[in-house]
Write a protein that binds this ligand. Structure first.
Ligand code: DGJ
Length: 763
């Protein structure tokens, strides 16, 4: 049957309510076109007969589209017949199938031992939704945010897929698929990855690279024919993992240019790609990267892919907001009152001493610290990185009285007590490895190459899982641990499950780690987990289901850190990103920076200190306390406001900020990253405010302030600042202060009218 016949003119005959979110209800078939709208985004999906659904449009909100117009959207995009091309126009379903003529990456790939069933033909069998506000006219459906479950079957191949699509109120889309093998023989799965279409105006890619202590380094490249495939094979998310991989209009920035991004919410191996084919289609998609033989489904068995997140907007800031708002809407999302932390790692490294650490805790409490974290080095045999991982009991030499003298003192001082673990790892030099060498992962008889002297403990093995769970649980219970810094310091190389002849085990290992986190969370209600992996090698939305805080990098040098946080916050809101003030000389770059710059950088995140504050002078300690007090006054705004990053024409200076939801207040940071060609610099802009509202902008000077500061006249005699409208601040701007390089100056912005600026005339 021709496509136009199937689509037919739609009869406006009924309006159906399919219940409230949380209650799933079946949707009558056949469906024609489904239009979902939320948060400024539209997703239009077409069902051609019973063929697997295809998204026609994922982009800007198309508004209230009349049913007959909606019905013809598919037709409007149907290509004319081509020369030397498939007889029917090529279609690209959400799980792309080769049988439609799509010659790009497939969405579902696998096979049986005889080689059969490698090219699926999925048909829609059942659709249900928990969307409210749904209206139906014939086979055209319009709805607001909510979830859709589409059951697809290929009876001949013995495959059944449950495709889940959610549109969040923020405009974030997430997709995942579960594949069940309904035939009698084993089905070997290679790929189960959804895609969404990219419109032709997406012509430039933003991908990321990165390495230890320099995570998430942006890379720009043109979107050309072929496939930009970003594979993560580290067995963890990786330093180079994109917060999202983006395609956008040429030269898109933070505040302008349409962008479309995708992210795989998984902490193991993954694929993300953008593919452009000469047939006029281009798509963005991703999923778990399955190693050979890693997932072979027995009869009746099911594999569920990770959620793949799709965020878009006009500029990268809007795309980030779709994720931040969605994360903030979750039950149990961390409250804005994120505790100020002191982590002892850079203060003492492995040189742990009870008396010294108790003094450090006392000094920490004195400057306003609220959580004290004992890092690596506390457990049996751990005096450096060569031994001890796997033996989660306090070291008898370093901690003859156990951890109680410290943990109790920390609690007495009114602080939370945090403790470091690396539960997925084991040193061959440990009691655990000596007792259970078979628990170390390996694809072969010999062990994989060592990395930081450690191997991976096979948590998919119940014995290993239980051992770690019991030891961790006992320590958490015994010392009232409030917070676990959960580290993971190596890639998974040749990570095989020795119980099964070395079968690839990254998939199972990742799920087992999640299970362990959940179990410990249930056993110890209120326990918070910080996700860490040699710094920031495990930042992803899979981990965000388990961790409330992320350690984005081992590099605390504020200049580097500004860039790392700028891109980490493309995915995570600031209240989920740890940010510590280090000692004056960076341990990773050797660069020296002022306390003002270190602090002004670290307040853009969950503030912490990673410095031996027992060894610093009164002056510095006082200044640290002042910064901590300032942060505590502002964290409510920092951790609920919208992230704003200005597109600066002058790359030597960056401007970022957060703007309160009601647009009545904001904070900005102006950072000099290198010396400018202009002396003095020109104006800088403060975007994101209400255009017609009037604001006062004031510099924030804590202590002596940034070095080399020569204020422009608008600061006024006592830094009272200046008034301007939001539009003026966003487009005309204010003259930049003179500052030395590697300095930051904060600005507080407050609406001057008593009314909410949203209600001001003309707003
Ligand atoms: C890597 C982390 O990122 C550091 O903060 C520290 O916890 C070390 N591991 C400890 O081994």
């Amino acid at each position: 049957m021709e496509r136009s016949e199937r689509m037919g003119p739609m009869v406006v005959d009924a309006t159906t309510e399919h219940g409230r979110r949380g209650g799933w209800a079946a949707v009558d078939l056949p469906l024609g076109v489904v239009h979902l709208r939320a948060g400024g985004t539209s997703v239009v999906t077409t069902f051609l007969g019973d063929a697997a659904p295809q998204v026609l449009h994922w982009g800007e909100d198309l508004g209230d589209v009349p049913p007959d117009v909606l019905a013809s959207l598919d037709l409007a995009d149907t290509a004319p017949a081509g020369h030397n091309a498939p007889a029917v126009p090529v279609r690209v379903p959400i799980l792309p199938e080769a049988r439609t003529g799509w010659m790009g990456r497939p969405g579902l790939a696998g096979w049986r031992d005889g080689g059969e069933d490698w090219s699926p033909r999925l048909h829609v069998d059942r659709v249900e939704t928990d969307c409210r506000d749904i209206s139906r006219h014939g086979s055209s459906v319009s709805a607001g945010p909510g979830g859709w479950r589409i059951r697809l079957i290929d009876a001949e191949a013995g495959l059944e897929v449950l495709l889940e699509i959610e549109l969040a109120p923020s405009g974030l889309v997430r997709l995942r698929a579960s594949l069940t093998n309904t035939a009698g023989s084993v089905y070997h799965l290679e790929e189960l990855s959804p895609v969404l279409p990219l419109p032709p105006q997406a012509r430039e890619i933003l991908d990321f690279s990165g390495r230890w202590s320099r995570e998430r380094t942006p890379l720009r490249l043109p979107l050309e024919f072929g496939c930009r495939l970003h594979e993560g094979r580290h067995g963890r998310t990786g330093f180079d993992a994109p917060p999202m991989m983006f395609a956008g209009e040429p030269s898109f920035g933070f505040r302008s240019g349409e962008v479309w991004g995708a992210h795989v919410g998984f902490s193991g191996n993954y694929r993300l790609w953008i593919e452009k084919r000469p047939d006029g289609h281009q798509v963005i998609g991703g999923g778990e990267l399955l190693l050979p033989g890693e997932v072979s489904l027995a009869a009746g068995a099911t594999y569920t892919s990770p959620w793949v997140y799709f965020g878009r907007g006009s500029g990268l800031d809007e795309a980030a907001h779709t994720v931040h708002e969605w994360l903030r809407g979750r039950a149990g999302h961390p409250s804005p009152r994120r505790p100020v932390t002191l982590n002892v790692w850079e203060a003492v490294y492995f040189d742990q001493d009870t008396e010294h650490l108790v003094r450090l805790a006392e000094a920490a409490a004195g400057i306003g610290i609220e959580r004290f974290v004992l890092d690596d080095g506390w457990f049996q045999g751990r005096h450096d990185s060569t031994a001890g991982l796997g033996d989660w009991v306090p070291d008898r030499e370093t901690w003859p009285g156990g951890l109680a003298p410290l943990a109790d003192r920390v609690h007495e001082l009114g602080m939370e007590f945090g403790l470091w673990f690396e539960p997925e790892m084991v040193n061959p030099d440990s009691d655990l490895a000596r007792a259970h060498p078979e628990w170390m992962m390996s694809a072969r008889r010999d062990l994989p190459v060592a990395w930081r002297h450690q191997q991976v403990l096979n948590l998919a093995d119940e014995g290993a899982f239980d051992h770690v769970r019991r030891q961790m649980s006992a320590v958490i219970e015994r010392y009232g641990v409030d917070y676990v810094k959960w580290d993971h310091n190596r890639d998974l190389i040749d990570a095989g499950d020795r119980r099964h002849g070395g079968r690839a085990g990254v998939h199972e290992q990742t799920l087992a780690a999640y299970r362990l986190m959940d179990l410990l969370g249930r056993e110890h209600p209120g326990l918070e987990i910080e996700g860490c992996s040699s710094g920031g090698a495990r930042v992803d939305l899979g981990m965000a289901e388990h961790a409330a805080r992320f350690w984005p990098s081992d590099c605390l040098d504020p200049l580097e850190r500004q860039s790392i946080v700028r891109w980490t916050s493309q995915l995570l809101p600031l209240e989920m990103i740890g940010a510590h003030i280090q000692s004056p000389v960076s341990r990773t770059t050797g660069r020296t920076s002022s306390l003002d710059f270190r602090a002004a950088t670290a307040v853009w995140g969950c503030l912490g200190v990673e410095w031996d504050v027992t060894e610093i002078g009164e002056g510095e300690r006082g200044l640290l306390a002042e910064w901590i007090a300032w942060f505590k006054r502002k964290r409510g705004l920092l951790f609920t406001g919208d992230l704003v990053r200005a597109d600066s024409p002058d790359p030597s200076a960056w401007v970022q900020g957060v703007v309160a939801g009601d647009r009545r207040s904001a904070l900005y940071e102006f950072t000099t990253r290198e010396r400018s060609g202009d002396a003095p610099r020109g104006r800088f802009v403060l975007p994101g405010l209400e255009a017609e509202a009037v604001y006062r902008v004031r510099p924030v000077i804590v202590g002596p302030g940034p070095q080399g500061l020569v204020p422009p006249p608008w600061f006024g005699p006592s830094n009272q600042g200046v008034e301007a409208t939001g539009r003026i601040l966003a487009s005309y701007g204010l003259r930049a202060p003179r500052l030395f390089t590697d300095q930051a100056l904060l600005f507080e912005v407050t609406a001057v009218s008593g009314e909410s600026p949203r209600s001001l005339p003309g707003a």
